[in-house]
Design a protein around this ligand. Structure first.
Ligand SMILES: Nc1ncnc2c1ncn2[C@@H]1O[C@H](COP(=O)(O)OP(=O)(O)O)[C@@H](O)[C@H]1O
Ligand SMILES: CC(=O)N[C@@H](CCC(=O)OP(=O)(O)O)C(=O)O
Length: 284
């Protein structure tokens, strides 16, 4: 790359950096970007970069594949209904162990090694997220929905320059531990914080008008069109809950939500700091 091109890229980022200083970006971290070592490293660098230019990233992570791995080793077969894991008591123990014990701490130590200051939290810490039993897909055991978010805990850590890293496990008034889909938690936290952005890292480029036709990637759509696409079946499968979480977050005051390709190196920076972005933006 010519040196002038490098300089132009930095200059293109300048107005965004100015604009976003002090704002909160909630990042849902999952998919390939979480399992591929090289991509993992780049995501951590991107998070530290955001913090250094004055943006406040808040990470909500998944870990579905890791949970499946450990369940497999224990001889338990994972079962899903509409993308939600059937969670009996024994499965819940595994979910909590993997998400809060393994995945969360790995991300925290990775960010710290990359020069950031990360703090690991589950929904249980400081009453950050409370849950109740989710019956919207039938009785899936200990699957929960988000009842409340205590933003004070998150704000406290942001103020002290930490990057909060949150696992989607929460406690209910009944004292039960609940397993909540990570996209849902990210959407609810972004909404409650009034975040500037919710960024969903996933394993597709973004939303396609015609899934299967790589040329039909949509760069931007509003919430009404997004909902129409869900109802018309243009948006299907695992993309449905993602889009619904984005819509929910926007209705609660998040300015922009992004669905972007975690398989692309530094996709977060490309999405945030370039005029065209690389994935799909959903706005009001
Ligand atoms: N219109 C669409 N555009 C993009 N992806 C779509 C669309 N309709 C359905 N999908 C599906 O949604 C999937 C993304 O959801 P999912 O696999 O649950 O992501 P993640 O594992 O990152 O949470 C895509 O891999 C694709 O199979
Ligand atoms: C209720 C439910 O399904 N919870 C999810 C929580 C983790 C998650 O959402 O992980 P991904 O983002 O990697 O899919 C699960 O048990 O897999």
């Amino acid at each position: 790359m010519e040196t002038i091109e490098k300089a132009n890229i930095l200059i293109e980022a300048l107005p965004y950096i100015e604009n976003f200083r002090g704002k909160i970006f909630v990042v849902k971290y999952g998919g390939n970007a979480m399992t591929d070592e090289r991509l993992k490293h780049m995501v951590m660098e991107d998070l530290v970069f955001l913090k250094l230019v004055g943006i406040n990233p808040v990470v909500v992570h998944g870990g579905g594949p890791e949970i499946n791995d450990l369940l497999g080793k224990l001889g338990k077969k994972p079962k899903f209904v509409n993308g939600f894991r059937m969670t009996d008591k024994e499965t819940m123990e595994v979910v909590e162990m993997v998400l809060t014990g393994k995945v969360n701490k790995e991300i925290v130590s990775y960010i710290n090694r990359c020069g950031g200051k990360a703090i690991g939290l589950s929904g249980k810490d400081g009453g950050l997220v409370t849950a109740d039993k989710d019956l919207s897909n039938g009785d899936l055991g200990l699957v929960g929905y988000v009842k409340s978010v205590n933003t004070e805990v998150i704000q406290l850590f942001i103020k002290e320059d930490y990057i909060p890293v949150i696992s989607p496990v929460a406690i209910g008034e009944d004292g039960e531990t609940y397993n909540i889909n990570a996209d849902t938690v990210a959407g609810e936290i972004a909404g409650s914080l009034g975040a500037e952005k919710l960024i969903m890292l996933t394993d597709v480029e973004g939303i396609y008008k015609d899934y299967g036709n790589k040329d039909s990637l949509i760069s931007s759509l509003d919430i009404k069109t997004a909902l129409d696409y869900v109802n018309e079946g243009v948006i299907d499968g695992g993309m449905i809950p993602k889009v619904l979480c984005c819509i929910n977050a926007i209705k609660k005051g998040v300015k922009k939500t992004h669905i972007t390709d975690g398989r692309i190196p530094h996709s977060m920076l490309l999405e945030i700091f370039t005029d065209s972005g690389i994935g799909t933006v959903i706005v009001r």
